[in-house]
Design a protein around this ligand. Structure first.
Ligand code: SF4
Length: 597
């Protein structure tokens, strides 16, 4: 079974913006927070907002306290003004595209135009638009209704932003032929047009179309109508629990699309469950391969192997032999830290990666033990290598563990390191850089110069002091810096990319990742720049002999990651086990390259 997700499925710009404004307001205020009417038409999102303490205000009270968010569809102007008048702080989350329709109506109303809105008169957006009409406002939902309107001297015709384009085109043609003095504006949002066009295309190419979204959502219902009109099997569901799997089991291809108010986590969950259903029914070998992949990802064994491979590649680029202790050290550290981190992020994973959240919730005890054993394994190795590395490893482990703990409550400013905005990405990249390139460098240097001081023997401290200026400018140090940039940059790019995929869930749980802080577009731009930079650093360092020739081949790894990220960006940015797997695989590829070349 071929399963795909439509490129334009899920939150449109306006809905994403409204939800972000609501979540940011809730994370930053202790005052009562309301939305005026439902923020968007999706029951799961409304439930999530309710759980965050954001309640829906149905009527404007005589006196108000707190903040009210105006929904993406907008409200009539008099209601907006009244909310402020009774004492609410009003945040306008109306979609900018709806605001431009409001402006057209207002401007033409002042100039004496009648207003005709093509749309559903009961839809909140249309009710809101009618509130901007100065003269008379009329709503039509068919060509017949339009023809039945009185003939005005001058009128402005606009459309509800989620209207079907075919009705708009019919009315436009009629207006041009019969009412040349009418002004008609195509105010249908291109997001709606794209979505409707795409659903027609995917319906032609697939046997089954699953449309996910609220049953009250007009644009979702329209998508389902379009898909059904092509004659293909179409199921409109609010979430995956509503799907009857028996009805799709004998089909060859399936496409998932979703309305503008459907969050990614609902789409991801549906995609994951459908995929798992077909995996189970697939041939045994394929099913085994996929289940092994998921297991390696969920347990972080794949990431740990990746850390080992990357360390091996970094050590080879620095020209070190006998790399195995460094490799195991990195594997133990990353495994223990990543398991601990995942145990702390179960809540946000319920939105970002439901499979992982379920796995961690179910196996909390055993995973804690694994993290502990792994950490102890790392300490054991470092203890036998040198006391110095033992303390570095210990310090890094304490820092990694305390990252999620309420460590700094004493200062009453930031309670956890995690609370420092954007710290996660930098912290992870830095820790990987140290464990994969700096620690092996220090351990290697200590063995070359026999720095017994590293074992805290004072007589050899002088040895270190006497050679340290030389070390600072040595080729070996420059090699370590190049390799550190390579490793840190690769992990930084991978982590910020995952942050982008997990933005919705992170916002809900109030996590301020770097991607949330600087936005998706800037984050993607930074990833590309970092990957190009590390390609150049690696390639040039290998060219002038700072690092070993292996660097030439490994320089292409960031290029590979860059292509994958561009490809994903061009298609869709939905997270899924396959995407996590391919990205994590880059570190394993680094190790394989280092072994071969
Ligand atoms: S569908 Fe278009 S107009 Fe409506 S909220 Fe989304 S972006 Fe805005």
């Amino acid at each position: 079974m071929k399963i795909s997700i439509a490129k334009n499925a899920g939150f449109c710009m306006g809905v994403q913006r409204a939800v972000n404004i609501a979540l940011d307001a809730s994370n930053n205020t202790k005052e009562p927070l309301y939305t005026f009417g439902p923020l968007i038409h999706n029951p799961q999102v409304l439930e999530m907002l309710k759980n965050k303490g954001i309640l829906s205000l149905q009527k404007i009270p005589e006196k108000g306290k707190g903040t009210v968010l105006i929904r993406a569809h907008g409200v009539p102007l008099n209601e907006h003004e009244l909310l402020e008048k009774v004492g609410f702080n009003v945040i306008n989350a109306t979609c900018p595209r709806v605001i431009s329709v409001q402006k057209i109506i207002k401007k033409h109303g002042k100039a004496g135009y009648e207003t005709i809105i093509i749309g559903d008169r009961n839809h909140p957006e249309v009710k809101g638009l009618l509130g901007y009409v100065s003269k008379n406002g009329y709503t039509v939902s068919s060509l017949k209704e339009f023809k039945n309107l009185p003939k005005f001297e001058k009128a402005v015709v606009v459309a509800q932003t989620t209207q079907d384009t075919s009705l708009f085109n019919q009315i436009k043609k009629n207006t041009q032929n019969n009412y040349p003095k009418y002004k008609i504006f195509n105010t249908i949002c291109d997001s709606t047009e794209k979505r409707q066009k795409e659903v027609r295309e995917i319906s032609e190419k697939n046997d089954v179309i699953i449309v996910i979204g609220g049953k009250q959502s007009g644009n979702t219902r329209r998508l389902a109508q379009i898909a059904a009109s092509t004659g293909k099997s179409c199921f409109h569901i609010e979430n995956i629990s509503e799907l009857d799997f028996k009805k799709i089991s004998f089909k060859d291809s399936l496409a998932i699309t979703a309305g503008a108010s459907t969050p990614n986590w609902i789409i991801n969950e549906a995609y994951g469950k459908i995929k798992t259903f077909f995996q189970k029914n697939n041939n045994l070998f394929y099913s085994f391969v996929l289940q092994t992949r998921d297991f390696l990802l969920k347990t972080n064994i794949l990431l740990s192997l990746g850390a080992g491979c990357l360390t091996y590649a970094c050590s080879r680029m620095q020209g070190f032999e006998h790399n195995l202790p460094y490799v195991f050290l990195a594997m133990f550290y990353i495994l223990s830290m990543q398991i601990i981190n995942n145990l702390f992020t179960i809540k946000s994973d319920k939105y970002n990666n439901p499979k992982r959240a379920y796995f961690y919730e179910k196996n909390k005890k055993i995973l804690r033990i694994c993290a502990g054993i792994s950490g102890l394994g790392g300490l054991y190795i470092t203890f036998h290598l040198s006391i110095f590395s033992f303390f570095i490893f210990m310090a890094m482990s304490i820092l990694g563990f305390s990252y999620n703990l309420k460590f700094f409550s004493f200062f009453k400013i930031k309670r956890r390191i995690k609370d420092i905005s954007g710290s996660k990405t930098i912290f992870i990249a830095g820790a990987w850089g140290i464990i994969t390139s700096v620690l092996p460098f220090l351990l290697h240097q200590s063995s070359i110069f026999n720095f017994q001081f590293l074992n805290l023997k004072p007589q050899t401290l002088m040895d270190f002091i006497s050679v340290s200026p030389f070390l600072l400018f040595s080729r070996q140090t420059l090699a370590m810096v190049s390799v550190f940039v390579f490793s840190t940059g690769l992990v930084f790019s991978r982590t910020i990319f995952f942050d982008i995929l997990e933005m919705q869930g992170n916002r809900i749980t109030g996590k301020e990742t770097l991607a949330i802080l600087i936005g998706e577009k800037k984050s993607l731009k930074i990833i590309k720049q970092v990957l190009i930079l590390i390609f150049l650093v690696c390639f040039l360092s290998a060219s002038i002999g700072i690092i070993q020739k292996t660097g030439f081949v490994l320089a292409f790894l960031p290029v590979l990651m860059l292509f994958l990220i561009i490809y994903t960006e061009k298609n869709n940015l939905f997270s899924g086990m396959y995407l996590y797997f391919i990205i994590e695989l880059h570190f394993i590829i680094a190790g394989i390259m280092a072994v071969i070349f």
